[in-house]
Design a protein around this ligand. Structure first.
Ligand code: GZL
Length: 322
C-alpha cells in the first residue's frame, strides 16, 4: 500500500490538474494560431497594382496574418495554380484579384469542396454560381467610365474625336470602363471614338499604342481616353515626342488617380483622372475575419472613388498615398 503522505500528494496533484483544465481562464494560455490567407494577385503591371500589393502585404504584417502571396504575372493559369496550392496548404481563406472575368468556376468549386472561403478583390468575374465566392471588394468600374464620359462631355461641349487606350483584354475594368464610357458619350453625337486599342494597363504599351495612333490619325485626334493612368502617362510621352502639347492640343482623360497622374493634372498635362482606390487591405482582412467568425458579409463592397481635375488636384496631390 502507498504511505498516507504519498496518497495525499497524488490526490492534491490530481485536483490541481483538474482545476487547471476545467476552471475557465486557468488554462495555460496557448498562442493563437495566426490567420493564414492565400492571395493570388493579378501581377505587377502598373503603379496602381504596386500600391494594392503594398496595402495587402503591409496590412497583413501589421495584423500578424500569415500571407501566402503569389504574383500572377498577368496570367490566369498562374493564379489558378496558386489557388490550388493554397487549397493544398489548407489556408484559412483565399483572396483573388482575377486578371480576367471568365474561367474561374472549376477552381472556385475546388475551394468550396475544401470549405475555404474565397474573397474576390479589385476585379469581379463572370460566374454561373455567385455562391462560389463569399464577397467582392473593389471599385465600381462602370461608374468610373460614366464619370469620365460625363466630365469629358462637359469639358468639350460634347465635341471631339477620341482615341481609347484600353486595359487588359477580357478584364472587368477594361470591359466596364469601355462600355460605360461608350454609353456615356452616346448622348453627344459630336463625341466620336476614332479608334481603340489595348495597352494592357502598361505604361510602355500606352506609349507604343499612342505612337501608332498618332501615325495613323495625325492631328485629327482631339481626345485620349485611357483606362488607367500608366497608359495615359505613356501616351503623354508619345504626344510630346510628336511635337504636340498633352492637356492642350489633346485632352487627356484617365482613371486610377495615382499621385503621378494627379501631379500631371496640376502640370496641365492630364485634364482629368477618376480615382480607383487600391488601398483596401484593411477592408479585405476585416471581411475575412468576419467570414471566418461565421458572420454574414455583403456580397459586394464597393470602394468610394472621386474625380480630380484642375479644380481640386493641387489641394490633394501632396497627401496622396499612392
Ligand atoms: C482597377 C485595376 C486596374 C487599374 C490598373 O481596379 O484592376 O488594373 O485601373 C491596374 O492600373 O493595372
Amino acid at each position: 500500500m502507498f504511505p498516507r503522505e504519498f496518497t495525499r500528494f497524488l490526490l492534491f496533484a490530481g485536483l490541481g490538474v483538474l482545476v487547471l483544465f476545467t476552471v475557465p481562464g486557468c488554462e495555460r494560455p496557448r498562442p493563437k494560431k495566426p490567420l493564414t490567407i492565400g492571395f493570388a494577385q493579378t501581377g505587377a503591371e502598373s503603379a496602381w497594382r504596386t500600391a494594392n500589393t503594398v496595402s495587402m502585404k503591409s496590412e497583413a504584417e501589421k495584423r500578424g496574418i500569415d500571407l501566402k502571396f503569389s504574383d500572377g504575372q498577368g496570367k490566369q493559369e498562374n493564379q489558378i495554380r496558386a489557388v490550388r496550392s493554397f487549397i493544398t496548404q489548407g489556408v484559412d481563406a483565399i483572396v483573388i484579384a482575377p486578371v480576367v472575368e471568365t474561367g474561374w468556376d472549376p477552381v472556385l468549386r475546388e475551394a468550396r469542396r475544401a470549405r475555404i472561403p474565397v474573397i474576390l478583390t479589385d476585379r469581379s468575374i463572370q460566374t454561373s454560381d455567385e455562391s462560389l465566392f463569399s464577397c467582392f471588394i473593389g471599385s465600381d468600374f462602370y461608374e468610373e467610365g460614366r464619370m469620365a464620359a460625363d466630365w469629358l462631355a462637359k469639358h468639350t461641349g460634347g465635341k471631339g474625336r477620341i482615341v481609347e487606350l484600353q486595359g487588359t483584354v477580357g478584364s472587368a475594368p477594361a470591359n466596364e470602363r469601355r462600355k460605360a464610357f461608350a454609353e456615356g458619350i452616346a448622348k453627344y453625337p459630336g463625341l466620336k471614338i476614332l479608334d481603340a486599342q489595348s495597352g494592357d494597363f502598361r505604361r510602355a504599351n500606352g506609349k507604343e499604342v499612342m505612337e501608332s495612333l498618332l501615325k495613323k490619325h495625325g492631328r485629327t485626334i482631339d481626345i485620349v481616353y485611357a483606362h488607367n493612368d500608366d497608359m495615359a502617362l505613356g501616351a503623354i510621352q508619345a504626344i510630346e515626342e510628336a511635337g504636340q502639347k498633352p492637356g492642350k492640343d489633346i485632352v487627356i482623360v484617365s482613371i486610377d488617380a495615382i499621385k503621378e497622374a494627379i501631379q500631371a493634372v496640376v502640370d496641365g498635362k492630364i485634364n482629368c483622372t477618376v480615382e480607383c482606390n487600391p488601398l483596401f487591405g484593411p477592408k479585405v482582412y476585416d471581411t475575412a475575419a468576419k467570414l471566418l467568425a461565421g458572420e454574414k458579409v455583403p456580397k459586394k463592397l464597393f470602394n468610394k472613388d472621386e474625380l480630380f481635375d484642375h479644380t481640386n488636384a493641387a489641394t490633394v496631390v501632396a497627401s496622396r498615398q499612392y
